[in-house]
Design a protein around this ligand. Sequence first.
Ligand code: ACO
Length: 321
Amino acid sequence: MIRAVITGSGSALPAQCVTNDALAQRVDTTDEWIQERTGIRQRYIAGEGETTSSLATEAARKALEDAGIDASEIGLIILATATPDHTFPATATQVQANLGCRGGVAFDVHAVCSGFLYALGTADSLLRTGMAKKALVIGAETFSRILDWEDRTTCVLFGDGAGAVVLEAKDVEEDGPGILATRLHADGEHRELLYVDGGPSTTGEVGKLRMKGREVFRHAVVNLADVLKEVLEDASIDAADVDWVVPHQANARILDATARKLNLAPEKVIVTVDQHANTSAASVPLALDVAKKDGRIKPGDLVMFEAMGGGFTWGASLARM
Ligand code: ACO
């Protein structure tokens, strides 16, 4: 059977690391408050010359190297971001140009923190229909540029970064590697709980992130537990057989609450929110890359990806590595 198989991963972070203590010098907050409520210790913030496309390109190059393939073999680039370099063209086309691969398909997906899940699901479908053989799926963000640095309830939560995977269509056995099941959802009813108060067609300004944190938290735990159950059922897999969960890194308390709801052992959950904070669409591929490179996630492992973000949008995907 033809499946989309993850054959490589890569990630990139801005040069500048900002600790909670450093942040507390410009915002009315404390390291203690941030750690207790979110688990975040530090985040990376893009400096001059660092953009969503530059971070995405670096992560993509590392993923290509990890997969052992040349950029010219890539026929599809899907880049998930809510912080594109420009309103248009798609940041994916900038990455395509940077990598020097021409003529394939390249576009952005915008589902905020669920963006990587949406991009992965889309790439999986396109590879299985034969539209392309090898794809780059990237999550990349520079959320620092849409934060209101006067609003301590939001600006402490986010960071910048990028993660990428190479996805290849392969003919595999039933118990072989590849994406086994994916579920994606959206519910526009709740879009005012987490949004940016600007845009090209409304204010003409980029705008700043606004969030009702407590309500987002409540919805996140319920939606994530539901979608994880759906994917396990679709793939006929028991939660106990999942080797690793690579969740969107919003908040350590959301990760704990979701794991508890599904009876998943906390040591199976990959946590990078302490190091990177919430990097929106970049957080899942960044966390995957960290856990692959440090040897935790190995070939053959059953890995669950999940995310929830503005819209609301949410989704999960189960893959054998
Ligand atoms: N430093 C110090 N104090 C703060 C800060 C801060 N950075 N931010 C808020 N406070 C204060 C508030 O002013 C409030 O003070 P008051 O009681 O005197 O009014 C107090 O802390 C409690 O504020 P709450 O907002 O009620 O705090 P809560 O426990 O809900 O934690 C948080 C806030 C961390 C945002 C939490 O609601 C949360 O994690 N929500 C999920 C949001 C999220 O992760 N969004 C990311 C995008 S969506 C996603 O990825 C799932």
